[in-house]
Design a protein around this ligand. Structure first.
Ligand code: KIV
Ligand code: NA
Length: 264
């Protein structure tokens, strides 16, 4: 079958259907999530932390994310693949944003890009949309701004909520096809969701958004101290620890390999 498109996501909102989005950073996990029917895969700049081991999303480069994005596109066949534009690859001008986004579309085969920020990135969103590149916006806790936000904390409380709603409306007006809402009060996320025609994708934003996204390592129980908004659907860290200890011990004892794993 064909890939999910941004129009399918718009129709889902009209029908009141909620959908899941997951991060993916390699071909094998992309295939598993794709075959499970996850309609949208995000090659998040969270790769900075979960793949590359940096302690924030700031250091990751376009080149580092391009290879991961290409792998996710190759590993999937149904999902819409969204690539995060990393810190420093779009802020300086619409031309810079277009140059970076075009690399994700041309070199990695991404189907859309995501960038962080409200009204300050409208010229970038407009330039990308004008060039035919679907843009997912990202408001609330925008990790690329962790140094001005003063940490990873809830955003959009009180007066800031009205600002966020105005940003969301402006991004929709500029042509964004969806808006991620990260770590905002559930009531605000609900207000944004009913105010917008385009889908909202929540993470730590309550149950009222049109879609939900999680970093897959959080969902699977690989992340040591996951945020309050994460539900662990598996305990892979424990399972992998068990498996690797069993392998190590059978190598030491000589219990692995046996004749059935050997060639004569
Ligand atoms: O980088 C990322 O994984 C993200 C999602 C958590 C929305 O931006
Ligand atoms: Na991100």
């Amino acid at each position: 079958g064909r890939r999910v498109t941004v129009r399918d996501l718009a129709s889902a909102k009209e029908r009141g259907e909620k959908w899941p989005m997951l991060t993916a950073y390699d071909a094998m996990t992309a295939r598993v999530f794709d075959e499970a029917g996850v309609p949208v895969l995000l090659v998040g700049d969270s790769a900075a932390m979960v793949v590359y081991g940096y302690d924030s999303t700031l250091p990751v480069t376009v080149d580092e994310l391009l290879s991961l994005t290409a792998a996710v596109v190759r590993g999937s066949s149904r999902a819409l693949v969204v690539a995060d534009l990393p810190f420093g690859s779009y802020q300086s001008s619409p031309a810079q944003a277009l140059e970076s986004a075009a690399r994700f579309m041309k070199e990695a085969g991404a189907h859309a890009v995501k960038l962080e920020g409200g009204r300050r990135v409208l010229p970038q969103v407009e330039a990308l949309v004008a060039a035919g590149i679907p843009v997912m916006a990202h408001l609330g806790l925008t990790p690329q701004s962790v140094n001005t936000l003063g940490g990873y904390r809830v955003q959009g409380r009180g007066q800031d909520g009205d600002e966020l709603l105005s940003d969301a409306k402006a991004l929709q007006q500029a042509g964004a096809f969806a808006v991620v809402l990260e770590c905002v009060p559930a009531e605000l996320a609900e207000r944004v969701t009913t105010s917008l025609a385009v889908p909202t994708v929540g993470i730590g934003a309550g149950a009222g958004t049109d879609a939900q996204v999680l970093v897959w390592q959080d969902l699977m129980g690989l992340t040591p101290n996951p945020a309050k908004f994460v539900r662990k659907y598996s305990d892979l860290a424990t399972e992998m620890d068990r498996a690797v200890r069993a392998f190590a011990s059978e190598v030491s004892s000589g219990a692995f390999p046996t004749r059935e794993h050997a060639y004569s």
